[in-house]
Design a binder for this molecule. Sequence first.
Ligand code: NAP
Ligand code: F7E
Length: 352
Amino acid sequence: MTSVTRRAFVTGITGQDGSYLAEFLLSKGYEVHGLIRRSSSFNTQRIESIYQDPHLPHARMKLHFGDLCDSNSLSDLMRKVRPHEVYNLGAQSHVRVSFDMPIYTADTVAMGALRLLDAVREFQQESGQQVRFYQASSSEQYGKVMETPQKETTPFYPRSPYACAKMMAHWATVNYRESYNLHASCGILFNHESPRRGETFVTRKITRAVGRIKMGLQDKVFLGNLDSKRDWGFAGDYVKAMWMMLQQDKPDDYVISTGKTYSVREFCEMAFSHAGLDHKDFVAFDARYLRPAEVDLLLGDCSKAKAKLGWEPTTDIKGLVAMMVDHDMEAARREKTLRDAGHAVHNRASHD
Ligand code: NAP
Ligand code: F7E
């Protein structure tokens, strides 16, 4: 008997989580279909290493143009790809930026999830093929926290347009599960980071600055609130939890976290000291990075995921900091070599 190749459809495949998830699914034998946005410059750097020419007969990774703001592209792709699993990771995911672009954030995050859910519902109904759906919910939904640590039963209290939009996406997913017998699960993921983290999120901003300061490419790093606390894990661990949720007989919602929390200031201390530097010499304040409303403390309790999925984080904060700083030191070293080579060429040219 030949087994059917499982097909996964991933929105946000060019992002941090999408790239780790695509690698993980390929390693499990899936055919992976990713939604990408048309861009005037390349937006596929994070998936370059796993990109396969779609013309190759055995290519198991395929990219499709589309957008969460465009229902037609989503419905068409459901019919074309006929996925067994759909992972909705696409989003305008920056909390600070969501205050500048609340409507666009709601369109991609809230309406985008609803558009995709509806395309999945329609495809499942028409084809009779069951589709399992994962929604990227967020610890930001806990916002001004109602209890600590936060678990699946903790009431939400969003503090940004991003978190409000994630609330709608979360409840729309629950509603489609209850209304249409959709195998739809929400992963309430606490902050997770990696060397692939976007460069304007605080951890990566710090670790990049450490590398560049160490190499003499930058003098300081300007940050906002150093007192907020986050439960930071490793993205590579977290994408496995997404997949595990869709392998369960019944859909459900799960907190994914490490159960440890640290302030932004503590993250700075750890990252600079990993490079033999004192953060106090290099961190400066800039009010532009403050938010109109802040989330002061996040700390997750992932006992349900441990008990039901058998999921556990493998990377602690020390390991995460070391991984990110080491990566960014190497990147800064390369940047410096290129810059010095450029200067050498320039100086030679101006002497000729
Ligand atoms: P990310 O690196 O910012 O990636 C976001 C992805 O969404 C990118 O691939 C981006 O495409 C895509 N995207 C943005 N707008 C889109 C649109 N209108 N249509 C289609 N795709 C669009 O985010 P991440 O850190 O990987 O997070 C993945 C998901 O988990 C997001 O939904 C995020 O909100 C959520 N989440 C993240 C965390 C975390 O700590 N990382 C925690 C909880 C939940 P481009 O590359 O073209 O910009
Ligand atoms: O901020 C403070 C900032 O932008 C963390 C997204 O993936 O995780 C992420 O959202 C903290 C905040 O992440 C700067 O005020 C200080 O208190 O790295 P962040 P976030 O807002 O927690 C959640 C779970 C998601 O779902 C989101 O998609 O750091 N902070 N100074 C700063 N933050 C930034 N970005 N830049 C600063 O200069």
